[in-house]
Design a protein around this ligand. Structure first.
Ligand code: PPE
Length: 312
């Protein structure tokens, strides 16, 4: 589906009309994948539009840039204001926010250090990432024949464009074979994550998720779900998960900014639980959606209102 265009894109501090936010074809990032990015959501809460976990996402962006030795002209405070300004300029009630930091046009060759570090923030209105019914019905997934990158190849904790070459291979294979998404194993054969989501497993009332050492992105939604699950009284265990644990799980679900909390109803055509969204998944979804809709108090300070000077 084509991107639903908004009016402006924030480009190195300027609000540029959508169609004019362009780069040169010899931009370093286009050739060598030298970019780091974020994805966050602005929700239409009862108190107006509010960005979910703004600081956590911006901190991850700054850290991704640090790992890749990209000096940024803007700090946390300036980026926060930039996000509010582009959402206001585009007049969104709810939207997806995509900041990207990349090496621009100047020099050719692998060494990026001579190329300018460009900062862009785009927004658009993005619906359900894995299909309209996914949140309630769940999705059918496979285990990918690809592996997630080894820890000493591409660092998983940096949300770098380059990591998504691996994600694209995973996603295309899954879709070509008739699945909505894939679960990927790390180089040691343990469960890692989806092409663009973290994974949770429920077994005998306990919730499991792979630790950061299994080549996962440190998902912001993952962190929130761990907090909500503990609040609901569940034990949450971060431990290595073997492939066969997927098949015998009572419940499985993906988490991510785009995917939100999406149940998984089958893996490799093996039905998970009774093939429907499970009760633990549903309780966590309810807790999550009630907060982002503004129905429950924002007790963790996760929402930054766009129209009140940006205080959460
Ligand atoms: N793992 C990967 C590989 C990943 O890309 C994401 C987000 C997550 C986990 C979950 O992280 P978080 O959003 O902080 O909870 N993927 C983003 C990009 C999706 C895309 O297609 O683009 C997202 O969900 O915004």
């Amino acid at each position: 589906m084509p991107i639903p265009e908004a009016k402006y894109i924030w480009f190195n501090g300027e609000l540029v009309p959508w169609a004019e936010a362009k780069v040169h074809v010899l931009t370093h990032a286009l050739h060598y994948g030298s970019s780091v990015f974020e994805g966050m959501r602005c929700y239409d809460t009862r108190r107006g539009p509010a960005v979910f976990c703004l600081d956590a996402h911006l901190m991850r962006l700054l850290r991704s840039a640090k790992i890749y030795r990209m000096p940024l002209k803007y700090g946390l405070e300036e980026l926060r204001e930039a996000v509010f300004s582009i959402i206001r300029a585009n007049g969104h009630r709810a939207c997806y926010v995509r900041p990207i930091v990349f090496r621009g046009y100047r020099e050719m060759g692998v060494d990026p250090r001579g190329c300018p570090v460009e900062v862009v923030i785009a927004t658009w209105e993005w619906g359900r990432y894995l299909g309209a019914e996914a949140i309630e019905q769940g999705i059918d997934v496979c285990v990918s024949s690809w592996n997630r990158m080894a820890p000493n190849t591409l660092p998983a904790l940096a949300k770098a464009g380059a990591n998504y070459a691996n994600s694209q291979l995973i996603k295309m294979e899954a879709l070509e074979n008739g699945y909505a998404e894939a679960i990927v194993l790390d180089v040691n054969g343990y469960v890692s994550e989806g092409s663009g989501e973290n994974l949770f497993l429920v077994s005998e009332g306990v919730i499991y998720t792979p630790p950061l050492s299994n080549s996962v992105l440190r998902g912001v939604t993952r962190g929130c779900v761990i907090t909500l699950a503990k609040e609901l009284g569940y034990q949450v265990v971060e431990s290595a998960i073997s492939r066969e644990m997927l098949y015998i799980a009572d419940e499985l679900f993906f988490t991510g900014t785009a995917a939100e909390i999406t149940p998984i109803r089958s893996v490799d055509k093996i039905t998970i639980g009774n093939g429907q969204r499970g009760p633990v998944t549903q309780r966590i979804q309810d807790a999550f959606f009630r907060i982002v809709q503004g129905l429950d108090p924002d007790r963790h300070g996760w929402l930054s209102p766009v129209y009140s000077g940006g205080q959460s």
